[in-house]
Design a protein around this ligand. Sequence first.
Ligand SMILES: Cc1cc2nc3c(=O)[nH]c(=O)nc-3n(C[C@H](O)[C@H](O)[C@H](O)COP(=O)(O)OP(=O)(O)OC[C@H]3O[C@@H](n4cnc5c(N)ncnc54)[C@H](O)[C@@H]3O)c2cc1C
Length: 444
Amino acid sequence: MKVAVIGAGWAGCAAAVEATQLGHSVTLLDSARVAGGRARRVESSVNGQPLALDNGQHILIGAYTETLRLMQTLGVDPGSSLLRLPLRLQFPGGEGLAFPRSTVFAAWPGGPRWPAALQAAWGIARASGWAWGDKASLLKLALRWRAGGFVCAPGLSVAALCADLSPRAMRELVEPLCVSALNTPAERACAQVFLRVMQDALFSQSGGADLLLPRTDLSALLPDAALAWLAARGPAPRLGVRVQALTRSATGWQLSASGSADADDSEENFDAVLLACPPQEAARLATGTMADWAAQAAGLQHEPIATVYARLASPPAHANSLPQPMLALRSDAEAPAQFVFDRGQLGGPEGLLAFVVSASVGDKALLSAQVLAQGQAQLGLQLELVQTIVEKRATFACTPGLLRPPAQIAPGLLACGDYVAGPYPATLEGAVRSGLQAARLLKA
Ligand SMILES: Cc1cc2nc3c(=O)[nH]c(=O)nc-3n(C[C@H](O)[C@H](O)[C@H](O)COP(=O)(O)OP(=O)(O)OC[C@H]3O[C@@H](n4cnc5c(N)ncnc54)[C@H](O)[C@@H]3O)c2cc1C
């Protein structure tokens, strides 16, 4: 089949590669000039020197099996482009959770590995600054989740699911995990999706909870390689081309697209189309065809994420600005960042930090000032602002009982993306899995 994939985010890249592997002739289009969508490179500069940032600091985890497999297919080595660390949610003073490495003896490659649940239990038992009551309440709850098969009532929130947890375990583990995985505060977040993430990360394969921190910019991590892979096997992907309209034709679907360089609209017929653009744009393109599907996609609520890039006012005395590549921060309304990353330890310039404010609210200038003050107060660092990037529609709000639109829209018209119905929250892995699924549905 001649297939168009609209959107070169991580879902669209996965869909285009999979559909090509299934023997289709695939054209991938994106309105942006850089591939990657909500996980992409952003060109910036400091003192006139070019600087590659990301639209938002991202974390992958060991349980992202399909994303890691796709990277390998595309010739990207996860071992060198991602820094693998055991799960750590430690605060600047060293308190918090640190899991042991998933390999018992690092010197024994492929040697015995920690079973995931044992790794989690060990990390909880040794959590620094926690009383035995905090640890016991968490272990008890985790055992209850396991005994219940990681299933709960569909309308339950994460806060209600964890009502029996000690306040410290809630504050220092569940709340940061929930906001980083679901980008939705625990009181409003869907407990069933949270349980699925916990099951995959903590109770499935060994190392599932490991943190995988990008050492390259996000476009280089997968989308650029996907475009090169596709160009070598079929029609060249087209960047800077916006699909304006989609209409049913006698043999399939007609796309009207316009490129920013070439103002004339072009029209082309395809046997099948995969909408890999965000839900509001997919809804616009699908409106004439499937009003119900479009209404469901357009009705999703969204949560923002802000990333504040800052650098040390004076060069660091030693190579590392932070004691580890990523630290949890104590956050509240005036100190809004939940995490900070040392980009100098992740392939970026020394002294560059990325502060993440999930589900961020308020004015950008105020947010930037608050984060710089938080860095000074909690890290003891004098910082200068480099750039603040706010993604207003970073993810859909993952609320209890939410019904997400299905992949199938109409014959020969499918949707993929992090928001499409599935067990995962809005994540790279959710996007990749959805792309693979949509490509496989083309056969039906
Ligand atoms: C700041 C931030 C931080 C995040 N942190 C994490 C994290 O730590 N870990 C994690 O797993 N996930 C994280 N996420 C979520 C993750 O980035 C998304 O789930 C994922 O990138 C979504 O991919 P997608 O392909 O579904 O959609 P998108 O990335 O939105 O891709 C859609 C593409 O469609 C294109 N497009 C739109 N309209 C048209 C049109 N008419 N014609 C042609 N092209 C069009 C867009 O340009 C875009 O490239 C984060 C997201 C943000 C924004």
